[in-house]
Design a protein around this ligand. Structure first.
Ligand code: 4NP
Length: 179
């Protein structure tokens, strides 16, 4: 279970179409975006919104397609009560059409997604995860650092950065402020 501020129940009826679909995107889809998906899944379940918010993750690269989450990311999440699931896949142009929000982990992911987008309405769906954490946003620190070539501490840092941002993201969705 993810500890943190209690999330408010959703106003009924929700201000957006149901389900509201959110896709998290990083480079390989084995470290950061599966962590964001897992953290958000836990928060969404705590808020009782499993049937109204749909989640997935993908990578801009194809190297790890079909692979499970990186063991180090899974261990950092598991020790904090979150199970990482799914297999890596590459993001597609259709994702930008079918998801309501496409959340980039860093500015390189953001650039790739904006290039993939067909038009302005799709580009407008692409946001940076850490912009939803007020502390990160205020500092202008919007990248979730890539932990792949670093030590275990990097994966723990990623989890905490992602957790803070996902709490803010869920609040903004519940408030009907997104996309
Ligand atoms: P992710 O991390 O983008 O958070 O999944 C990475 C995973 C694999 C590689 C780079 C980053 N790689 O170079 O294979």
């Amino acid at each position: 279970m993810v500890e943190g501020p209690t999330v408010r129940p959703l106003a009924c009826p929700p201000p957006w179409g149901v389900p509201f679909r959110v896709l998290f995107v990083c480079l390989g889809n084995i470290c950061r975006s599966p962590t964001a998906e897992g953290v958000m899944r836990t928060l969404v379940a705590q808020a009782g919104l499993e049937d109204t918010i749909e989640l997935d993750s993908a990578g801009t690269g194809a190297w790890h397609v079909g692979s499970p989450p990186d063991g180090r990311a899974a261990a950092a999440a598991r020790s904090r009560g979150t199970v990482l699931e799914g297999r890596a896949r590459q993001v597609t142009r259709e994702d930008l059409d079918s998801y309501d929000l496409v959340i980039a982990m860093d500015s390189a992911n953001m650039r790739e997604l904006r290039q993939l987008a067909g038009g302005e309405s799709e580009r407008a769906k692409v946001r940076m995860l850490r912009e939803f954490d007020p502390v990160s946003a205020q500092r202008g620190e919007l990248d979730v650092p890539d932990p792949y070539y670093g030590g275990d501490g990097g994966f723990e840092e990623v989890f905490e950065l992602v957790r803070a941002a996902c709490e803010g993201l869920l609040e903004r969705i519940q408030a009907g402020e997104l996309p």
